[in-house]
Design a binder for this molecule. Structure first.
Ligand code: ADP
Ligand code: MG
Length: 238
């Protein structure tokens, strides 16, 4: 079970508090989108769930287990970033397998996972290329492939498409949606793009200056936004 529960999660950088007691429940298998303006704390929240950033107060649990003191690598999560962070000198195949090899994953199982990810993302013909020989969209696919091979309980995406041009963004958005349907894994997706949020999300979390303003299904937020700020973010005329 990969439900995720945040209870009064606070983040301070020194004396500067950037997340002010966030509480949230994410159901197993849900596609949740965090939206809000730049600097509102989306990445910080995601990084705390990932264990890349310590929490200052509160509790985070994943699959019923409090993970406050659990190493990032033991949380069953995989994160996809905006910058692809691929190794330029390695082939795509090696980019996909490297992390598993480092963890001592058995060779055969690594090969199986790489083949499966390549099938899902349709990048079989790219496996012997290096990142420099790939288009932006192909690189982003490989970055997602690196998350898939970890077979995580939860995928975390931090604005994964914001470096792509508009057309490719739409295409990759559809692919991410398909990926979710195919795998059924819990996904949290950060964006400041309203269309991405409205089309991808089972549930949208609207953030403003380190606080959760409203949580709900896209149409519920559209029909019944809590305030003007939320209305603006979900494109509601209200
Ligand atoms: P978003 O992803 O929504 O654009 P962030 O989570 O990156 O926002 O940042 C939230 C706030 O926390 C911002 O004011 C940012 O400047 C601040 N912040 C983020 N990381 C650090 C850090 N390592 N040190 C100090 N302040 C930080
Ligand atoms: Mg961010």
């Amino acid at each position: 079970m990969a439900e995720i529960v945040l209870e009064n999660v606070v983040k301070r950088f020194g004396a500067y508090e950037v997340v002010h007691g966030a509480s949230l429940e994410i159901v197993d298998g849900e596609f949740v989108v965090f939206v809000g303006p730049s600097g509102c704390g989306k990445s910080t929240l995601l990084r705390m769930i990932a264990g890349l950033e310590e929490i200052s107060a509160g509790t985070i649990s994943i699959g019923g287990k409090v993970v406050n003191d659990t190493e990032s690598s033991d949380r069953g999560i995989a994160m996809v970033f905006q910058s692809y962070a691929l190794y330029p000198h390695m082939t795509v195949r090696r980019n996909l397998s490297f992390g598993l090899e480092m963890n001592g994953n058995p060779k055969e199982d690594t090969a199986r996972r790489v083949a499966r990810a390549a099938d899902i993302l349709q990048i079989n013909e790219l496996l012997e290329r290096r990142p420099g020989q790939l288009s932006g969209g192909q690189r982003q696919r490989v970055a997602i492939g690196r998350a898939i091979v970890r077979e995580p309980q939860v995928f975390l995406f931090d604005e994964p498409l914001s470096n792509l041009d508009a057309e490719l963004r739409v295409q990759m958005r559809v692919e991410i949606s398909k990926l979710h349907k195919q795998l059924g894994t819990t996904m949290i997706y950060v964006t400041h793009d309203q269309t991405e949020a409205m089309t991808l999300a089972d549930k949208i979390v609207v953030l403003r200056a380190g606080r959760i303003e409203q949580v709900g299904a896209p149409l519920d937020l559209y029909d019944d936004p809590a305030n003007q700020f939320v209305a603006g973010f979900v494109g509601s005329p209200k």
